[in-house]
Unconditional design. Structure first.
Length: 291
């Protein structure tokens, strides 16, 4: 076994590089000048050992980088690392195989097919008029071929992982104003929550006995990033800040889907109005609401 084979699984690394670059084997072959059959043999582990120039061309064509590190004296020369700049995620469907036992296309999003509803091609599965005698064999796996939708879904997954929520403090904002923002690493705003302390009499409805309450003015999430948990993260930041300042309750006016969302976050409908909702911090030892 060569030093390169000992250091890394070249086939798995190449599949991960292709997925990160969203390239099929044919597309990588066209970019690198390496035959598609050679790429297939490397990825399946059937190659006897590609030369360094081949590996370098493949990695460069997939926007990766080959790094060679030295070893301490006495251990001999070795290829210490081949990677794509660090932090390269593995292919999610690495363990899936098709009916012939082959790897799934690394650049596609694959999922296992267990019943007709798992396969978009099984249009016949929902036609009861065809009767029970209609049979078509199901594939072992299926893929999402629409590149635009695939890229959109991967970007949404990245936003779900990378967004961060914080309280936005600015000298222009009054002391009674609370603003929370959800941002991406580059500072792009993807959501925000506004609230205020009702110190000016603008919210005259049954205040808390001790007067410690907050009023939610609005919560917005960019349409492209809804259903990613950003809204719940903003509400969680609000309730954490309430606990830090010993604010006992929060109120909001909402209806429709907005009211349902706040209810899932722990708010309850006031008995006297279907539009007004209230959140009470649980007492010590109380059972928290599950989201």
């Amino acid at each position: 076994m060569s030093d390169l084979e000992q250091a890394i699984d070249l086939g798995a690394t190449l599949r991960a590089l292709r997925r990160a670059a969203d390239l099929s084997q044919r597309e990588l072959a066209a970019r690198s000048g390496v035959p598609q059959a050679t790429i297939a043999r490397i990825e399946s582990g059937r190659s006897t050992g590609p030369n360094f120039r081949t590996v370098e061309r493949l990695v460069a064509a997939a926007a990766g980088r080959v790094t060679i590190t030295g070893q301490p004296a006495g251990l001999g020369d070795a290829l210490g690392e081949v990677g794509a700049g660090g932090g390269l995620p593995a292919v999610p469907q690495e363990g899936l195989r098709d009916v012939a036992g082959r790897h799934c296309p690394a650049h596609l999003d694959a999922r296992e097919v267990r019943e007709p509803k798992d396969w978009p091609g099984a249009w016949w599965a929902h036609w009861s008029s065809l009767g029970g005698g209609y049979r078509t064999p199901l594939p072992a796996v299926t893929y999402r071929l629409d590149r635009d939708r695939r890229d959109r879904d991967r970007h949404r997954d990245w936003v779900r992982r990378e967004h961060r929520v914080r309280r936005h403090l600015h000298p222009v904002l009054p002391a009674t104003s609370w603003r929370f923002v959800a941002e991406l690493p580059d500072g792009t705003l993807v959501g925000e929550l506004h609230a205020h302390e009702p110190g000016d009499g603008s919210f005259e409805v049954d205040p808390s006995p001790d007067g410690c309450q907050i009023v939610v003015d609005g919560l917005r999430v960019a349409p492209a990033y809804r259903l990613l948990g950003i809204g719940r993260a903003l509400v969680a930041a609000l309730t954490a800040e309430m606990a830090r300042h010993d604010v006992q309750s929060a109120r909001a006016v909402a209806e429709g889907e907005g009211a349902r969302f706040l209810w899932l976050c722990g708010f309850e409908v006031e008995s006297w109005s279907a539009a007004v909702m209230r959140f009470e911090r649980p007492v010590s030892g109380g059972r928290p609401r599950r989201w």
